[in-house]
Design a protein around this ligand. Structure first.
Ligand SMILES: C[S@@+](CC[C@H](N)C(=O)[O-])C[C@H]1O[C@@H](n2cnc3c(N)ncnc32)[C@H](O)[C@@H]1O
Length: 288
């Protein structure tokens, strides 16, 4: 169906607004800061689900320079400090650099810097001390406030700042971190998609439709893979409802096993599923 004039006007306006407000000079290093200031909403423990997934990444154990970036840490230092605590359990020498595009937020967070955690002004270009690159970049709830058309460029800019074998984790969650999803990318592009949900009291897994990464959030419509994925997840969760008398985690594990039996390329192990997590190969949910 052809787009209406109003839709086309909307698209053009959004794209002009996006390009007009994208980027400004970084007075600290003379380079360009890529992106724009958005709402700074954050919270204690909000990113625990993605952090514990990040802590399992083999590259963090392998690297000679364990440097993790918290891109767009928001209105407080909290998520960067927590990321450091969690990753330090498996890599005590990890360094976390919080990068934020809003100078006032950087100044406030800098008051909480401590050994292993520092804060810098910057954007998707990820300014790091000379020659250093990130092992992992976590960009949670950042692209949510951008236009879908801006995702590819932001991803490419961040991917160029990774060490060999490094991983970009980009996604979204609700305010209290009980409904989360993220894409993991390496230098060659997106590799996997993960959903992580608090299982107690979970009605339907497709609640995550409201918290999909920007690249997927407008794709939950018939004919798109992510739509089939969420429908299938809801169906298995429903079929396995009787297992919740044992534990919600048993019901989720059976749900994931059902998905795998249907042919979804499920990654990871039961130890992860028990947490309300499900990771699949990106190709199975990628926009069509
Ligand atoms: C909603 S907050 C998310 C805070 C935290 N990551 C969380 O999930 O709780 C988004 C933050 O990202 C920042 N931001 C947006 N675009 C950015 C960019 N290109 N580079 C760095 N920070 C950016 C915004 O200024 C805002 O403070």
């Amino acid at each position: 169906m052809a787009a209406s004039l109003a839709e086309l006007r909307g698209l053009a306006t959004r794209s002009i607004q996006a390009s007009m407000s994208y980027g400004h000079e970084n007075r600290e290093n003379g380079g360009m800061v890529e992106g724009r200031v958005t709402r700074g909403t954050t919270g204690v423990n909000r990113l625990r689900r993605v952090d514990r997934w990040i802590a399992t990444l083999p590259v963090l154990r392998r690297t000679d320079d364990p440097l993790v970036v918290d891109l767009g840490f928001g209105a407080s230092a909290t998520t960067a400090l927590e990321l450091h605590d969690r990753v330090a359990k498996i890599r005590p020498d990890v360094e976390v650099v919080g990068i934020e595009i809003d100078p006032d937020r950087v100044a406030r967070a800098a008051l909480e810097a401590r050994p292993g955690v520092s804060f810098r002004l910057g954007g998707f270009e990820i300014p790091l001390p000379t020659g250093r690159r990130a092992t992992v970049i976590r960009a949670l709830n950042v692209l949510r406030q951008y236009d879908e058309s801006e995702v590819a460029r932001a991803w490419a800019t961040m991917l160029a700042r990774l060490q060999p074998g490094g991983i970009l984790v980009e996604g979204t969650c609700n305010e209290i971190g009980r409904v989360c999803s993220w894409v993991a990318l390496d230098a060659s592009g997106p590799q996997s998609f993960t959903v992580s949900l608090r299982l107690d009291g979970l009605d339907v897994p497709s609640i995550v439709a409201e918290r999909l990464p920007k690249v997927l959030i407008h794709r939950n419509v018939p004919g798109e893979r992510i739509h089939e994925f969420l429908k299938s997840l809801d169906r298995h969760w429903q079929v396995n409802a009787p297992l919740s008398v044992f534990a919600a985690s048993q019901r989720w594990i059976a749900t994931v096993e059902g998905m795998r039996a249907d042919g979804w390329p499920v990654l990871g192990t039961r130890a992860r599923w028990r947490l309300g997590e499900l990771t699949v190969a990106w190709s199975s949910v990628a926009p069509g």
